[in-house]
Design a protein around this ligand. Structure first.
Ligand code: PMP
Length: 467
């Protein structure tokens, strides 16, 4: 059916009624009006089909019919809050807890990743009596005031914060954070190495704990992702995780694992990114969001009975009007059903492995050696690190931007860019992404890369740059 406003009308009304800081993807080519979705495909107002390589929210596919059906039926029956007893809501809590290793078993439902991390910080503070937090360079944990403070990706660039110099110099220069209770450590990137081992990276975490201790304080928490997404698909090494968490725990703190991007089997190798590798470390608090409701607002915090008890003893009721309502819970249950019935974690491992293999093939066999520096990640959480030179590993932000624009313009493929230097093509599609989708993506990428080489010019002079 025809939209009741044209794309131009929508754009124009946005300029009046939306903040400018609410950005539009592909703005310089007029943005995209997306009106339909199906599996790994999105459709604009003219019915043009786009391959979606970036949406990790519609986890089991855009408009998955089983999710749509479960949500519609529940919406027709009842939607209220968690103060009433409801079987679907508690079953979902049980199902989520069953997916977490012991002793993670207490679940709190929220509406988003930001809310989940916000509550995680409150839980950590209630338990440790400390708000001192260790954060990882480049990380993003959400948009509330509290979580912005632990999100270097945002605070580093915002005038909203009165940034203070941290007592640590890195090779990149001075580090600033929103206050003395935040200690920022370098992203444990083993490709563009500042250090050769995870252990050396973990020393920065130890430095943070020592810094708090010098002030006579303990450490409250370390918050990190098992796969750093906005950081550019960095999977922390076993020794980094082990040593960092041990240092934090030795100083009284807890480990908050942010699984908002990476949870629910995306990495293929394990259900949670915090389980990737062999470090065997179990977090104290886990936060989930994006994929949980397959597009419905549903997030959660999972924690231990001990931490839950500390929070309960604060004497404040936790009430969240929409959090874990039966309609969102129905979406969560259906998402779990499809994930399991269609074995999408295994599928992610297989297709992700295939995609990685194909990218390495074009990297070595074709002309892209000096364009693709690294191909990393696991399952359907992959990063293609675009460089000026493979030997120097110089990030090529403008080329990455060019590739993304051309993939959309020429091949109707939607991609995303992340990483500390805006040069990592991040692949995190709906988990139903097929082998044919993977082939089409690699072949299109390859053609755009050839185009880049033929142009031979510095891409800074080119006109296509998506936001
Ligand atoms: N944590 C991570 C790792 C995220 O990537 C995001 C969102 N991109 C959030 C938390 C915040 O989630 P939300 O936008 O649902 O509030």
């Amino acid at each position: 059916s025809q939209p009741w406003l044209s794309k131009q009308d929508v754009l124009q009304l946005r300029t009046k009624h939306f903040l400018k800081s609410v950005s539009v993807s592909y703005a310089n080519t007029g943005g995209l009006m997306i009106l339909k979705g199906n599996g790994s495909r999105l459709y604009d107002e003219r019915g043009t089909s786009y391959l979606d390589t970036r949406n990790n929210v519609c986890h089991v596919g855009h408009c998955n019919p089983r999710v749509v059906d479960a949500v519609s039926r529940q919406l027709a029956e009842l939607n209220t809050n968690t103060r009433y007893l409801h079987p679907t809501v508690i079953r979902l809590a049980q199902r989520l807890a069953d997916k977490c290793p012991d002793p993670l078993q207490v679940v709190v439902f929220v509406n988003s990743g930001s809310e989940a991390n916000d509550l995680a910080l409150r839980l950590a503070r209630a338990y440790t009596k400390s708000k001192n937090t260790i954060v990882v360079e480049g990380a993003y944990h959400g948009h509330t005031l509290a979580v912005l403070e632990v999100s270097p990706y945002k605070y580093q660039h915002s005038k909203e914060f009165d940034l203070q110099l941290q007592e640590e110099e890195t090779t990149k220069g001075p580090v600033t954070t929103p206050g003395p209770h935040i200690w920022q450590v370098p992203c444990p990137d083993m490709y563009r190495q500042r250090h050769n081992t995870g252990k050396e990276y973990a020393n920065h975490v130890q430095d943070g704990c020592d810094y708090f201790q010098r002030k006579g304080e303990s450490t409250g928490a370390i918050i990190m992702e098992g796969g750093m997404s906005v950081g550019g698909v960095i999977l922390p090494s076993d020794d980094f995780v082990r040593d960092s968490v041990t240092a934090v725990r030795n100083h009284g703190g807890v480990y908050i694992a942010d699984e908002v991007q990476t949870g629910f089997g995306r990495l293929g190798s394990s259900f949670w990114a915090f389980q990737h590798g062999n470090h065997g470390i179990v977090p104290d608090i886990v936060t989930v969001g994006k994929p949980f409701g397959n597009g419905m607002s549903l997030g959660a915090v999972v924690t231990t009975p001990e931490i839950a008890k500390a929070f309960d003893s604060m004497g404040v009721e936790y009430f969240n009007t929409f959090g874990g309502n039966p309609v969102a819970a129905a979406a969560g249950m259906a998402m779990f059903d499809v994930l399991e019935d269609e074995k999408l974690q295994e599928h992610a491992l297989q297709i992700g492995g295939y995609l990685k293999k194909r990218f390495w093939e074009i990297q070595t066999e074709r002309l892209h050696q000096d364009l693709i520096g690294d191909i990393r990640g696991s399952g359907l959480f992959l990063g293609i690190d675009i460089v000026e030179s493979s030997t120097l590993r110089t990030p090529a932000a403008a080329k990455t931007s060019f590739i993304c624009s051309r993939l959309k313009q020429q091949y109707n493929i939607l991609t995303s860019i992340d990483g500390l230097y805006d040069n990592v093509l991040v692949i995190k599609p709906p988990m139903v992404f097929s082998k044919e989708d993977a082939d089409f993506f690699v072949e299109s990428f390859s053609k755009v890369a050839l185009e880049l080489e033929e142009l031979g010019a510095t891409v800074e002079t080119m006109e296509w740059t998506p936001t």
